[in-house]
Design a protein around this ligand. Structure first.
Ligand code: ZN
Length: 178
């Protein structure tokens, strides 16, 4: 889907120190990220950076390609869940169905409904390299599916129910973005 950014939203699409998240049409958002083979100090600094950027952007999730790094690392912070980093996340169980609104920090201002699994189990390493399985349902399940898609170069606009797409200024709006 070709997205044309309306003039009044173009200022949200600049990338600088104030707005460090990579925006469409940056090619890095369409590439497949590689597995993290070793969690080192650099990985931990990247995770800290991603957490800070997500918080500052009032996001509920962020994937490493959104900060220009093609590594399989995501951070998620849905309401009611403490911010969590998942390294090499993999969906191993996927059940049910939910339709709900999504936005993306890489496509600021654009929102639309996406069909996702209602419940997922995700295997991942935590920042200390421990293998954990996360059981997520509802909104947290939606966020993790959105972020893992980013690791494969997939954006919510690829899956959105087209007639629900709409622009809303994210500044001063409660609509969360990922
Ligand atoms: Zn996103």
């Amino acid at each position: 889907m070709q997205i044309v950014v309306p003039d009044e939203y173009k200022h949200l699409y600049v990338q600088n120190g104030e707005r460090p998240v990579v925006k469409i049409p940056a090619p890095v958002l369409r590439q497949v990220a590689g597995d993290v083979t070793k969690i080192n100090k650099k990985s931990l600094l990247l995770i800290d950076d991603m957490m800070r950027i997500m918080r500052k952007a009032n996001g509920v999730g962020l994937a490493a390609p959104q900060v220009g790094i093609l590594q399989r690392i995501i951070v998620i912070a849905p309401d009611g869940m403490r911010p969590t980093a998942l390294i090499n996340p993999k969906i191993v169980v996927s059940e049910g169905e939910q339709v709900g609104q999504e936005g993306c920090l890489s496509i600021p201002g654009l929102y639309g409904d996406v069909k996702r699994a209602q419940y997922v189990e995700v295997e991942a390493l935590d920042r200390r390299g421990r293998e954990l399985t996360y059981e997520l349902e509802g909104m947290p399940a939606r966020v993790v599916q959105h972020e893992i898609d980013h690791l494969d170069g997939v954006l919510f606009i690829d899956k959105v129910i087209a007639e629900t797409l709409h622009w809303t200024n994210p500044e001063g709006s409660d609509d969360p973005a990922e």
